[in-house]
Design a protein around this ligand. Structure first.
Ligand SMILES: Nc1ncnc2c1ncn2[C@@H]1O[C@H](COP(=O)(O)OP(=O)(O)OP(=O)(O)O)[C@@H](O)[C@H]1O
Ligand SMILES: [Mg+2]
Length: 333
């Protein structure tokens, strides 16, 4: 079992002066592969302290955008500025400001974890006096002690991902771009990475791509959904949930499914859906702008019904994601 990661003081990511443009600014970014437009005019700004979740179906253009932000891929149009530095004209400077976990966490497989991290520390220009402390810190944070002398190619997928995260944070960058950082991690490690991201976010800006929608709630302050190379939503997780048809629906478990008909005619109830596997479990959808909960609570009290479960839905991100990303597909078909 992995112990809790030690979180250092807030100094892990260099705190930037608020005057020094603490942000990544992306304007009209485009990328074409042959005749195929993978990224079509993407613009957004991320500020220090934000954890931006980058969501989208397979092939939406997340990795392509992240590679352009980090300077590993040239855009065909648009600009990226990282703390005021244009990625095109100040590529090296930008690379010092960013920690990047590429998709699949590639590393030099024949190297041991120890030699790889030493190598990264050297190319990141960490001086000899500082290096042992930095190495110790990332090894502890990513719980890599047991694999330090193993060749990377022999590690499990989760350990490879942790080595990738270690190399991304070793130089204490003020911006982190993490392409699917928890892909392949077990639930304990996922939890630890979420804690690490939340801690780093106090002094960093972080962009993470993910297919795990629960992750958006766990760590993100904001989410951008892209589909077919375009932004289709840019909002906080709560705002996105409010766009769900389930937002404000009241879920309850009735002892007798026949009672659903009675509920369906209460004021403010727009529709009723019942669970085909358990007909007593129903969802009551409100009329637009109507708060159904007090009405239902009053009905339960007056009718003295023994309700097992009663809850108001916040909304479902997966439904919003599906609707937004398939609408875009339909428009482009
Ligand atoms: N080097 C390349 N040459 C040609 N097409 C490419 C190349 N790299 C990516 N693509 C295409 O560009 C589109 C966007 O790919 P990208 O990897 O950015 O998507 P993604 O959103 O990261 O997807 P995933 O969720 O599967 O990681 C896809 O259709 C992909 O096939
Ligand atoms: Mg990708």
């Amino acid at each position: 079992m992995f112990g809790p990661w030690q979180i250092e003081s807030n100094s892990f990511c260099r705190c930037l002066d608020a005057e020094s443009q603490p942000m990544i600014e992306i304007e009209h970014l485009q990328k074409r592969y042959g005749s195929f437009m993978a990224v079509k005019d993407i613009s957004f700004t991320v500020r220090s302290g934000e954890v931006l979740g980058f969501l989208g179906p397979n092939g939406a253009g997340k990795t392509t955008t992240m590679r352009m932000i980090t300077g590993f891929l040239h855009p065909d149009g648009g600009t990226v500025r990282v703390f005021g530095n244009d990625v095109h004209t100040h590529s090296l400077k930008v690379k010092t400001l960013i920690g990047y976990l590429p998709e699949g966490a590639p590393a030099y497989g024949e190297m041991t974890v120890k030699s790889f991290l030493n190598f990264i520390a050297a190319i990141r220009g960490i001086n000899a006096a500082e290096k042992p402390r930095r190495l110790e810190s990332v090894i502890e944070r990513l719980q890599l002690q047991s694999v330090m002398n193993r060749r990377i190619e022999t590690l499990s997928k989760g350990f490879k991902r942790r080595v990738g995260l270690a190399q991304a944070i070793i130089h204490q960058p003020p911006a982190l771009i993490l392409d699917e950082p928890t892909d392949g991690l077990d639930p304990n490690q996922k939890h630890q990475v979420h804690e690490l991201i939340r801690e780093l976010a106090q002094n960093c800006l972080i962009i993470i791509s993910t297919h795990i929608l629960e992750e958006v709630h766990a760590v993100c302050t904001r989410a951008i959904i892209i589909a077919q190379g375009r932004i289709v939503a840019d909002a906080s997780p709560t705002e996105l949930e409010q766009r769900s048809r389930y937002h404000g629906a009241v879920r309850l478990n009735l002892p007798d499914s026949g009672l659903a008909a009675e509920l369906s005619i209460l004021p403010g109830v727009a529709a009723v859906e019942s669970d085909p596997l358990s007909p007593g479990r129903i969802l009551l959808f409100p009329e637009p702008g109507y708060n159904l909960f007090p009405t239902i609570r009053e009905w339960i009290y007056q009718r003295r019904v023994d309700v097992v479960e009663l809850a108001v839905e916040r909304g479902r991100l997966d439904e919003v994601f599906r609707r937004l990303t398939t609408e875009e597909t339909d428009r482009c078909a």
